[in-house]
Design a protein around this ligand. Structure first.
Ligand SMILES: [Zn+2]
Length: 74
């Protein structure tokens, strides 16, 4: 079950929550459902083309041959 980050449009509170399919999360601070969904740390790959210039190949920031992000996994 994925964890998503949300930012509340009503009060600005930011939080993470488990989202079950079919349910609508609300702000734990003000209970508004006017939420801006942010990218989960588990679901960023491939979803933002302009933020990920290379899908395969050496790491763009350090040239690590293991691929993007390999240098940050240590
Ligand atoms: Zn709120």
């Amino acid at each position: 079950m994925p964890i998503y980050e949300y930012a509340c449009n009503a009060c600005g509170h930011q939080f993470e929550t488990l989202v079950r399919s079919g349910s609508v999360p609300d702000c734990p601070s003000c209970h508004s459902t006017e939420l801006a969904k942010r990218l989960s740390v588990f679901a960023t790959a491939g979803s933002t083309a302009d933020a990920a210039p290379v899908a395969a190949g050496p790491c763009g920031s350090c040239g690590h041959p293991g691929g993007p992000g390999s240098c940050a996994m240590n």
